[in-house]
Design a protein around this ligand. Structure first.
Ligand code: FE2
Ligand code: FE2
Length: 271
């Protein structure tokens, strides 16, 4: 089977080598004193945000393998190779958040410090269901649904909105240098994952014209989730009185803007 070194998935795979990093190299020695310098509400919100990413990174690491098996079965070798890099990177992100929580918190999460009350069924039900369908269904529809949920929504809409919150916190003068460094590196990795997802969706739509209707109906379904999901992070904080001055309405709009941006990236491939 030929192998196209110039294809987008292989170019992204090469970039993955060039931009590799090691969570163990990041200096977390200031994080605990930074943590202790913040108010209870700020800590509550930051712990919810980081814990949400911890659950999310674990979730995407758990559920990605069926995509690689699916590409293997249908002979998409370049895409199969890229997923190997993505699996490694999601595992790296899991390690990063586990390390940060140990070094920043003045106690063990889930032991001395309670897990935040995170709701939603994305990583317990929705994503596992969509990804595990790939083990039994080689059809383009199942692949489109899986990549729409994983790369398009979880990575391209929800996680991207989360990075914006992190940056608002850091740029507001709240210093967590190790967390900030890691978030920047993770966001750079995730940009490749999102570009890969866009590539897979474009390829599917180019090869199966009838999938345009399914793509649009999935966008509409995700738009409904995008109207509710953002409330999770700021739940319980009154608008106008949120830690770090975060803005409820602005955050909700960010989800919708990210969703529209992703829809345009897939629908309007460069000529
Ligand atoms: Fe990740
Ligand atoms: Fe990712």
């Amino acid at each position: 089977m030929p192998f196209d070194n110039d294809s987008l998935p292989v170019r992204l795979f090469t970039a993955s080598h060039e931009r590799a990093w090691n969570p163990s190299d990041i200096d977390f020695s200031h994080e605990r004193s930074d943590w202790l310098a913040h108010t209870d509400d700020e800590r509550r919100l930051l712990l919810r945000l980081v814990s949400g990413f911890r659950v999310g990174e674990r979730g995407v690491a758990h559920e990605l393998a069926p995509l690689q098996i699916r590409f293997r079965r249908v002979g998409w070798i370049e895409e199969e190779v890229f997923v190997a890099a993505q699996l490694y990177e999601e595992a790296r992100h899991v390690q990063f958040f586990e390390r940060w929580l140990v070094d920043a918190l003045p106690g063990r999460l889930g032991v001395e410090i309670a897990y935040p009350d995170l709701r939603g069924d994305m990583f317990s039900v929705r994503l596992p269901q969509a990804m595990r369908m790939l083990l039994e269904d080689d059809g383009p529809e199942a692949l489109l649904r899986a990549v729409m949920l994983y790369h398009f929504y979880v990575e391209g809409v929800a996680a991207e909105a989360g990075y914006t919150i992190y940056h608002e916190i850091f740029e507001g003068g709240h210093r967590f240098p190790g967390l900030e460094r890691g978030i920047r590196l993770i966001q750079r990795d995730e940009a490749r994952h999102i570009a890969f997802g866009v590539h897979v969706l474009r390829r599917l739509l180019a090869e199966h014209h009838h999938l345009v209707d399914l793509f649009e109906s999935q966008v509409a379904a995700l738009r409904r989730f995008a109207a509710d999901d953002p409330d999770e992070i700021l739940r319980g904080f009154r608008p106008g009185n949120t830690p770090f001055g975060l803005d409820h309405a602005g955050y909700r709009q960010l989800y919708l803007d990210n969703l529209e941006g992703m829809r345009r990236r897939v629908s309007n491939p460069p000529q």
